[in-house]
Ligand binder design. Structure first.
Ligand code: C2E
Ligand code: CA
Ligand code: CA
Length: 568
């Protein structure tokens, strides 16, 4: 091993890296992801980070740097590192929720970005590995508009150059193309990051030469995704398939690699650049995982899909008026005791469309959030749920509260509290009868505004459940100040913990954290006995999921109430 490299290894033979992140839960998350492969130093504020950097001068392989920290911000640290010749070459990955900071940090010499909320641990590890290898294998090439590994443009610059290109060549017929390596993460895992990097480098070389010949632009968008903007040459799919087959061979003689391409031919220059490439991405997804096809085309079928989405939006008023929306209920059980006890239900909306049958909210809620229609839909769901609670109260003699989803759009409605109060009053209910679920990401997007709104709701005695918890990036500090009454763990934690090679460490961290905050934890998406038992052992309070029941219409929910009545 050359002398210059040896210093990167600590006594235990591991490379030393520094995590500078003030938020405890985030720091824990990164440590868990990285401590197996690295010797991890952690700093909890900018001052401690700077001290650690000075103290480990010459032995740090990488710094993961949070932009927002007390004492000294990430930008300031980045600047200090880059101004010090003996620190300058340490690669820095910036951690931020603010996409807009990207260009600034790249200009200051950060080599990569991890956007919050954090991706899964495997992705973090792969990114860190790649950067560390890169740093040791080659000199930093300085030019910030280029991706370090492939030398292609990075995406910010790429989009900018595409706009410029269009201005200079308004009449050239251009294709928007997305290229992807199939299951790249598996290739990386199985054959090593160095092999993966070599593939990406080859890909970069190939694209560069080809763009030089054809007069187009190429960029690396993310790990293994490339964007190409080039003059239209052929619409012959068979020919493109051949090109892709040849590319597979060129990247690796042993046929380990399969590329995938999505093309939006003769892209419409009147729509936003990103949207043009979104269309190419939709096309690439058409052939995802296919063994026979490499090339997907943005065609009439996809145009139709986009159009369908627009149509659903147009049909909304008629659907509301025509009572096509129905509310389903999914039970939540307290699992702390010997027997599970029904404690509440979640109201989930369904659209019974006259032509399309039942449409899932996963399809239409995002569309309705974009244009604010979700407010009207939510009001309908809240009203329906309130009426239902009242009806059950009368029928069974006790109240089982129902939680409703409050979309982020609702939170900006100044009449929100008034509306909810009114719904309670109309049905003779109290605030304990309707619980409110608010997604964590709403809190983290506009914390001050949301905290004000939520505190206001709590003054009316509403209980607030933080939904999708773990997908935002609330800090422990922030959480302890937040007005919440329960944490609803995002389903992905359950999925991740119980996939092959069960690993419940993250679950434990989160449940412990909720314990510290003294709020109950609700786990959703619980499907199996094993998951239920494990959650129980970890001290999770409440469980919702197919294990107990799918969301069902109100009449099918009644047996749960009858059972509860018998048990009382
Ligand atoms: P969410 O609030 O996180 O709701 C949980 C979703 O998980 C529901 O999907 C539910 O059916 C599903 N689920 C529950 N248990 C299991 C399980 O064991 N396994 C699996 N695989 N899935 C399970 P659904 O009903 O399709 O709703 C999707 C999302 O749509 C909801 O996610 C929520 O964000 C939104 N949504 C649904 N109804 C409303 C509503 O009335 N208003 C608003 N604003 N959003 C709603
Ligand atoms: Ca929910
Ligand atoms: Ca959720």
């Amino acid at each position: 091993m050359p002398e210059s490299r040896r210093k990167f290894f600590a006594e235990n033979g591991k490379r030393r890296i520094l995590i500078a992140e003030d938020e405890e839960i985030n720091r824990a998350l990164l440590c868990v992801a990285l401590e197996e492969q690295f010797e991890v130093l952690a700093a909890e504020d900018g001052g401690a980070a700077m001290e650690a950097i000075q103290a480990n001068r010459g032995s740090l392989s990488l710094i993961l740097l949070d932009l927002n920290m007390p004492v000294m911000g990430g930008m300031e640290i980045l600047r200090a590192i880059k101004e010090d010749p003996s620190l300058r070459s340490i690669p820095v990955i910036v951690l931020t929720a603010d996409r807009a900071a990207e260009v600034d940090c790249l200009a200051l010499g950060a080599v990569d970005f991890i956007l919050k909320p954090y991706p899964v641990p495997e992705v973090i590890l792969a990114r860190v590995n790649r950067t560390v290898e890169l740093f040791e294998d080659r000199q930093i090439i300085g030019a910030t508009e280029r991706d370090l590994l492939t030398g292609l443009y990075n995406k910010e610059y790429f989009y900018r150059y595409v706009d410029q290109f269009d201005q200079h060549h308004p009449d050239t017929d251009m294709d928007a193309i997305v290229l992807d390596i199939e299951r790249f993460h598996i290739i990386n895992d199985r054959f090593g990051v160095a092999f993966g990097d070599e593939l990406l480098r080859r890909m970069g070389d190939r694209l560069r030469t080809s763009m030089a010949e054809r007069g187009g632009l190429a960029a690396r968008l993310s790990a293994d995704t490339f964007l190409v903007y080039c003059p239209h040459r052929t619409s012959d799919i068979a020919e493109l398939e051949e090109v892709m087959g040849a590319l597979d061979k060129l990247l690796d003689e042993n046929n380990l690699v399969r590329m995938r391409m999505g093309v939006y031919f003769s892209a419409d220059k009147t729509i936003d650049v990103r949207r043009r490439f979104d269309r190419a991405k939709m096309a690439a997804n058409l052939v995802k995982g296919s063994f026979t096809r490499h090339v997907g085309i943005y065609d009439d079928a996809l145009r139709e899909k986009e159009w369908q989405a627009e149509k659903l939006v147009e049909q909304f008023p008629a659907a509301i008026a025509g009572e096509q929306f129905h509310v389903f209920y999914q039970p939540k059980f307290n699992i702390l005791g010997d027997k599970p006890v029904l404690v509440s239900a979640e109201a989930l909306v369904r659209w019974f469309h006259p032509e399309q049958g039942m449409i899932s909210p996963g399809v239409f809620i995002p569309l309705f959030e974009e244009n604010g229609l979700v407010r009207e839909l939510d009001h309908f769901v809240w009203r329906t749920a309130a009426k239902q609670v009242k009806a059950w109260k009368e029928k069974f003699g006790f109240s089982v509260p129902v939680s409703v989803n409050v979309s982020r759009v609702d939170l900006y409605d100044p009449t929100l509290r008034e509306n909810l109060d009114q719904i309670l009053e109309e049905n003779g209910l109290t605030a304990g009868d309707i619980l409110l679920e608010i997604t964590e990401s709403a809190y983290t997007e506009e914390p001050e505004q949301i905290i004000r709104t939520v505190s206001d709701l709590r003054e009316s005695s509403f209980s607030i459940e933080m939904d999708d918890f773990g997908t935002g990036y609330s800090s422990l500090n922030m959480l302890s100040d937040l007005p919440i009454d329960a944490l609803k763990l995002d389903m992905s934690f359950i999925r991740r913990a119980f996939k092959e090679g069960k690993d419940t460490r993250m679950l434990e961290i989160i449940i412990d954290m909720a314990g510290y905050l003294k709020v109950p934890v609700i786990a959703e998406g619980v499907e199996t006995e094993e998951q239920m038992q494990t959650l129980k052992e970890l001290g999770c309070d409440i469980v919702q999921g197919y294990y107990f029941s799918k969301p069902v219409p109100h009449d099918e929910f009644e047996p749960f109430l009858e059972k509860k009545k018998e048990d009382q």
